[in-house]
Write a protein that binds this ligand. Structure first.
Ligand SMILES: [Zn+2]
Length: 372
């Protein structure tokens, strides 16, 4: 028997724990219990669903048999193509992380080979039903193409096609920062928010826009590439990884801060050391961060004016900066805001590449029943 749209809705209701019995499914979908029973029977025969009498629930005085996704169906993989490493997470169908593996990338040209070698092992050992891929740069999520990756120097690489050909498993792909937003929405700080923006500052600078309950991609998936907006228009502007001059990334990214401090002091400091010294009130270290405030204000004002989100979540090591920085930034935001009652929240979160790979797992699970 072929699966229809209602089958997918039934499976997703059970997966998201929005319904746990035939009665509840019928109520949620607005279809008869007889119709639901027929579809559930079919889905059980196909191995998607199973009854769990320990999860029986009383509905309208009657005992309704509990339903759950059949865990024997398989597992999902989340893969993150990061700028410095590749991470692979294995998860069960409930979203419980079973393992997490990482490999540093030393040479760009072998990236796909490294990733395939890592993935081969899971495909051989586990029954994988869906793969979610997090990719840096601009991603065509509909066709599964890495349109542009500055970190890898990739143009139009057909990631989804390559994986599906090799493994014969359905693959879904999304930009990594977007997956941070998906993680925040599913398990993190923005579960109740309908519209919020995530800004990630690390080796590069990117943003994700969650708008009216869903990720917003724009016409050709260019939403969020804020790192490559030109900001420094002076003669001294630095060359960016994209080839242009003076992009926001050339000012904000972690390694540029390290570079700046090296220029000033003649000594090499790690980003963590720089922050520690700034927090200890060493002037030249503190100034480097204070000089970033105009860039931040620019980003924040554009975001608040065009999107008016409930929250802005900032990811990155910059969050370790003390009050000296954040108090001043928030003061300036308030000062420059047209609506003084604006209750925009700026929240901070430490960057963790695990957030992205876990976002890839959520992506795989969210799309699991759409195409198996
Ligand atoms: Zn650039």
């Amino acid at each position: 028997m072929k699966r229809n749209e209602n089958d997918i809705k039934i499976l997703e209701l059970i997966q998201k724990k929005e319904a746990a019995s035939r009665v509840e499914i019928a109520e949620k979908l607005g279809i008869s219990q007889a119709a639901v029973s027929k579809r559930v029977k079919c889905l059980m025969e196909l191995g998607y669903l199973k009854e769990n009498h320990n999860k029986n629930i009383k509905t309208n005085g009657r005992n309704a048999v509990g339903l759950e996704i059949n865990s024997n169906l398989g597992k999902v993989l989340g893969i993150y193509f990061g700028s410095e490493e590749i991470s692979i997470a294995l998860s069960d169908l409930e979203g419980n992380l079973l393992s997490l593996e990482k490999k540093k990338i030393s040479e760009n040209k072998n990236i796909r080979k490294i990733c395939f070698e890592m993935t081969d092992k899971y495909i051989a050992e586990e029954k994988i039903v869906k793969i979610g891929i997090a990719m840096n740069g601009i991603v065509d999520v509909q066709n599964g193409i890495s349109i542009y990756s500055a970190a890898y120097n990739w143009n139009n690489i057909k990631i989804k096609e390559e994986f599906e050909k090799r493994y014969n498993i359905s693959v879904v792909i999304e930009n990594g920062v977007n997956l941070m937003a998906l993680y925040e929405k599913t398990f993190g700080m923005c579960q109740k928010q309908k519209s919020f923006v995530v800004i990630n500052i690390g080796a590069g600078v990117g943003a994700a826009v969650y708008l009216n309950g869903e990720l917003y991609h724009g016409k050709d998936f260019g939403v969020g590439e804020i790192g490559h907006i030109p900001f420094d228009l002076s003669k001294e502007a630095l060359i960016c990884s994209c080839g242009n001059k003076g992009c926001i990334e050339t000012i904000l990214s972690d390694w540029r801060i390290e570079q700046k401090i090296f220029k000033i002091t003649g000594k090499k400091y790690s980003y963590d050391e720089i922050i520690e010294r700034a927090n200890n009130n060493e002037k030249e270290f503190r100034n480097v961060f204070m000089n970033l405030i105009p860039v931040f204000l620019n980003i924040i004002f554009w975001i608040t004016t065009l999107i008016n989100p409930e929250e802005i979540v900032i990811y990155g090591k910059i969050n370790k900066c003390g009050d000296f920085f954040w108090r001043e930034l928030k003061r300036k935001v308030k000062e420059g805001n047209l609506n003084k009652n604006n209750s925009l929240n700026i929240k901070s979160s430490s960057f963790d590449s695990d957030t992205i790979v876990y976002g890839a797992v959520i992506l795989a699970l969210n799309n699991m029943f759409r195409t198996i």
